[in-house]
Design a protein around this ligand. Structure first.
Ligand SMILES: [Fe+2]
Length: 284
C-alpha cells in the first residue's frame, strides 16, 4: 500500500494513510507532511513502545527525563516515553491524568525546546478528550502591522513554575515534582517571533500557559501585548480540533503550533497514550 497525505477536513492538519514507520521513503513523506502541516495524524498504526521510540528517533534525538515531569509517569525501563493516562495499577495512577489542559507548547521553557511531540493513542474515550491545535505560523503571517512592529526584536519569558503551582493548588492528582526538580525549573527567554529552522517561515512562539512576560516591559504593557497576541492566535480559522481514534499517532511541531487537551469524564472513560518528545534547537 502506498502512502497518502491529505488535508484534514476541519483544519490545517494533515492525515496520513498507509505509512510504514520502518520504511525510509515513507519517513521522508511523513517528515515533509509534518513540515507542511504542523500537525499530522497517522491513522490506524499500532505502535509498540519500542516501535514508537525507533520511529520518534527518525526525527531527532529524544528528550528523556526532564525537571518538569515526575519520574513516576515515565514508562518503566523506557524513560523517553511519558504515559498520559487515567489508568490505575494497584490503586495508583500510572501516568499524568490531567496533562496539557491549557494552551501551551511542550517544553518551551527549556533553553532548547521540544522540536516535536509524538503521541500514540492506545485507549480513547468515546466523547471528550479532544486536542486543539493553533497554527502560530498562520497567526504570525496574518498579524496586524501594529502588533508585528510591537514584537519586533522582543523576547518573552517562559517557565513551567506558574502552571505547575496553579494545577497543584487546584488539587491535581498528578505525582508532585521533587524539590530538586522544582528548583531546576528555570525562566527562559525566547524571541516572540521565531524563525522556523526547517521552513524559514516566521512563527509566533508564545502561549498562555508558560509565557509570563515580555522582556523589558512593565507588567501592564506586557500583559496587554500578550493578551492581544493570544486573542489573535485563538481565532477559529487558526484552530484544528483533533478527535482521537485508537491507533492514531499524532505528531506536532512545537515550533509552530500550541495545543490544548480538553477534559473528558474520567469516572466513566479511560484514555491511555504514550508520548515521546524530540529535542529541538535554541529558537532564533
Ligand atoms: Fe502538551
Amino acid at each position: 500500500m502506498s502512502i497518502e497525505v491529505r488535508q484534514a477536513p476541519n483544519g490545517f492538519a494533515g492525515e496520513i494513510l498507509g505509512a510504514d514507520p520502518e520504511c525510509e521513503e515513507d519517513f521522508e513523506a511523513v517528515h515533509q507532511a509534518f513540515l507542511d502541516h504542523g500537525v499530522i495524524t497517522i491513522r490506524n498504526l499500532p505502535l509498540s513502545p519500542e516501535a514508537q521510540l525507533a520511529f520518534s528517533r527518525r526525527f531527532g534525538p529524544l528528550m528523556g527525563r526532564r525537571p518538569s515531569t515526575p519520574d513516576k509517569v515515565l514508562m518503566p525501563g523506557q524513560p523517553e516515553i511519558v504515559i498520559l493516562s487515567n489508568r490505575k495499577e494497584n490503586g495508583e495512577n500510572v501516568g499524568i491524568t490531567d496533562a496539557g489542559r491549557y494552551w501551551h507548547s511542550d517544553l518551551c521553557f527549556e533553553e532548547e525546546p521540544n522540536l516535536g511531540t509524538i503521541v500514540h493513542a492506545i485507549e480513547v474515550p468515546p466523547e471528550g478528550g479532544d486536542t486543539l491545535f493553533a497554527d502560530l505560523g498562520q497567526a504570525y503571517a496574518t498579524l496586524p502591522d501594529d502588533l508585528k512592529s510591537r514584537i519586533e526584536g522582543k523576547r518573552a519569558a517562559h517557565t513551567f513554575r506558574k502552571h505547575y503551582l496553579e494545577v497543584m493548588a487546584e488539587g491535581s492528582p498528578r505525582p508532585p515534582l521533587t524539590e530538586e526538580q522544582f528548583a531546576a525549573l528555570k525562566e527562559t527567554y525566547h524571541p516572540i517571533a521565531r524563525t522556523h529552522p526547517d521552513t524559514g517561515r516566521k512563527t509566533l512562539f508564545i502561549n498562555p500557559g508558560h509565557t509570563t512576560h515580555v522582556e523589558g516591559m512593565d507588567e501592564a504593557e506586557s500583559q496587554g501585548l500578550l493578551d492581544a497576541l493570544f486573542e489573535h492566535c485563538l481565532q477559529p480559522q487558526f484552530i484544528y480540533r483533533h478527535k482521537w481514534w485508537v491507533g492514531d499517532t499524532v505528531i506536532w511541531d512545537n515550533r509552530r503550533v500550541m495545543h490544548n487537551a480538553e477534559p473528558y469524564d474520567m469516572g466513566r472513560y479511560t484514555r491511555h497514550m504514550h508520548r515521546t518528545c524530540i529535542h529541538g534547537d535554541r529558537p532564533f
